[in-house]
Ligand binder design. Sequence first.
Ligand code: ATP
Length: 394
Amino acid sequence: MQELEKHVEPNLADYDKRTALHLASCEGCTEIVVLLLEKGADVNSVDRWGRTPLSDARSFGHEDICKILESRGGIDPVGLDSQTPCYEIDYNEVGMDGATLIGEGAYGEVYLVKWRGTEVAAKTIRSSIASNQKVKHTFLKELGLWQKLRHPNIVQFLGVLKHSDRLIFLTEYLRNGSLYDILKKKGRLDSQTAVSYALDIARGMNYLHQHKPHAIIHRDLTPRNVLQDESGHLKVTDFGLSKIAQEKDAGYKMTGGTGSYRYMAPEVYRRESYGKSVDVFSFALIVHEAELPEQVADKRLMKIPVHPYPQFCTLNQSRCADFIPIWVLQFSQKGIQDGSDEGQVNGFYMRCVELARKAIGYTSPNPIVGCVIVKNGRLLVKGFTPKLFSLRLR
Ligand SMILES: Nc1ncnc2c1ncn2[C@@H]1O[C@H](COP(=O)(O)OP(=O)(O)OP(=O)(O)O)[C@@H](O)[C@H]1O
């Protein structure tokens, strides 16, 4: 303190590039941490091992100092590799006893709970999944990545519950449910709504694909993983978690019933190498499902069988990018016999097939989802009629 009073530079570092703030954070000297920050110490000074003062405060369990550093913009770049990479929330702060069950997915149940006076969603992970240490580590790593993301079309991650015998994490709560629920209720969407939804999803996905230093690939983009907020906007959730399904002995069973396979690019469930285009594949299928003509949505879409593995039509055996879900192809070949305008419906499906084909065959490093939203302020999805899909952005 005396040295600081004598105007000694607060960011002075030793041979290992460790500053006074690193030391005070390790030692749990709260007052000195506050003083150093007041005197202009760099909250994110990085030592020889890549650790910031926040990394040190976390390692030594000085929670009050962590809060101070975080409130000043402190980050923990090594956090992802530590045992608990996620922001932790005390179990006792969350009223799990009065929780309301919202739904259940492949990972476990989802509850509506209150945390600090706010309604949030608590996602519980089955013990058959979380009891495998390797799987749990992968899970926490994915959540650690999720917690760093901030975007209006991405569901906000809040933290992991500590002092809980189960693995539970909190996200913001979206009271309008999923796009799956919306499509089930409405059957089909008018073109303006479909475009606006497509834009929301595209914006969220574009943010994930532009993530640095590596793109975040969703791998399991489905209408169930797109939720709607009170204002009607859509947000993407659960990205990266399908990696768990790829862990050996993960205890994870992808729910054919929820239809994940229907939207999943073949490369993913076949565990082949893949890139951003697998999300474009899913995006394309969701967009044309949302925009199906009414008669098709009512009489055909609901009858699409859910396969444990979808049947795929091979156009060219050598490349998995040439697979098209058979139901898209069947519709395009058979047409509709229920007194509808056959030519029109056939034409629509041909465009769907074309779009799916383009999406899965897309190999350029430029994210096609990004292209969708930026072209001259208009939404352009090739394969759909420009009239429907080039409405002005809001
Ligand atoms: N943050 C949230 N806010 C509101 N409802 C949510 C939230 N997260 C999930 N839900 C709802 O909880 C239910 C279960 O969600 P969950 O993500 O566990 O599984 P899923 O996505 O339906 O299926 P799968 O695990 O096979 O992808 C869904 O009906 C979903 O709408």
